[in-house]
Design a protein around this ligand. Structure first.
Ligand code: SF4
Length: 328
């Protein structure tokens, strides 16, 4: 049977970046190549989630045109822009246009700690205040699909629960990830990421139980994702199988298509693709998938987890019911 078309992808629109993060060297890349509107027009309409990422996506002056191109190529896809949030006036102006094209679009502003902690992790003095101003401006536009994104590192793990609490105060959503190593993403940065397990588990307990107390399916699913992330970080073992290079892919600014940001296997280049379905279901790509499977690289990120949730709905529902009734 032919491989199904992917439902989830991350687009690195550019590797140009105005931050100086401790866990990522992308900002050291100068004059990054960039994905073009022609590249984006080739995305398959099977996609249900598209993350517009970078580098810093708001450095692209044509971001509104990019959003329009994604909407046209994949009309059923939910879109989220992941930003470091430092370019408040630029973001303000671009979102004015973007919200007219895609009123339901989401924005995730990275916050890796409160105050000085965030400034240190992101390498930008005064960065926390700038990000909070960005959030204020976006809220003022009436955006409801707004979230803070926290990246766990050993240095900021003490702030994990605090940033979660900040989202509850602000009435916006919370998402998080774990600083990983990659041979080709994060500027090739190799992170040794072993946050204090006691602090980490305590923060997860707080976050998961708080999410489960709500009457909101999205937050329950987020609690499940968080429990999987806790296990992944402490045991390096994903809770559910996921399918890199099948359900999802990562597209870099040169057009190279990878199974994910941590699987170093180019499946092809979108610039050479004339028909995405034919490419995705070709024998050559299938052979590369077999090699990807053999890598056995454990992975648990929002894109991989989201697709795994679709594949294993009963395990997820069972986990939610049990932990909602008895606590995590
Ligand atoms: S983590 Fe994001 S904001 Fe930080 S340097 Fe990398 S791409 Fe830029």
């Amino acid at each position: 049977m032919a491989t199904k078309l992917p439902i989830d992808c991350v687009l690195a629109l550019t590797y140009n970046c105005n931050a100086r993060c401790t866990m990522c060297d992308i900002w050291k890349i100068k004059n990054s190549p960039e994905l073009t509107l022609e590249d984006i027009a080739k995305l398959p309409d099977s996609l249900r989630d598209v993350n517009l990422s970078g580098g810093e996506p708001f450095l692209r002056k044509d971001l509104p045109e990019i959003v329009a191109a994604v909407r046209q190529a994949c009309p059923k896809a939910r879109m989220v822009i992941s930003t470091n949030g430092f370019l408040t006036p630029v973001i303000d102006k671009a979102m004015e246009k973007i919200l007219k094209i895609a009123p339901d679009i989401g924005v995730a502003v990275s916050i890796d700690g409160i105050g000085e902690m965030h400034n240190t992790v992101r390498g930008i003095p005064g960065g926390f205040d700038r990000c909070m101003e960005t959030v204020r401006v976006l809220k003022q536009k009436g955006m409801t699909n707004l979230r803070l994104g926290f990246t766990i590192t050993p240095e900021n793990v003490e702030h994990f629960a605090k940033v979660y609490d900040l989202t509850r105060e602000l009435g916006i959503e919370f998402t998080h990830s774990f600083a990983q190593s990659s041979e080709f993403y994060f500027g090739g940065k190799q992170n040794v990421n072993n946050p204090d397990p006691v602090v980490l588990k305590k923060a997860y307990k707080h976050i998961i139980n708080s999410e489960l107390k709500s009457w909101n399916l999205k937050r329950w699913l987020r609690a499940y994702f968080a429990s999987g992330m806790c296990r992944f970080i402490t045991e390096k073992n994903p809770v559910l199988d996921n399918a890199p290079g099948r359900d999802f892919f990562f597209l870099d600014p040169t057009g190279d298509i990878y199974p994910s940001v941590v699987h170093n296997m180019i499946l092809g280049n979108i610039r050479k693709v004339t028909n995405f379905a034919e490419f995705w279901q070709s024998e050559e790509v299938e052979k590369r998938r077999v090699k990807v499977d053999a890598m056995k690289t454990p992975v648990w990120m929002i894109c991989t987890a989201r697709t795994a949730l679709y594949r294993h709905p009963f395990s997820v529902v069972g986990w939610i019911v049990k932990n909602k009734l008895f606590g995590y």
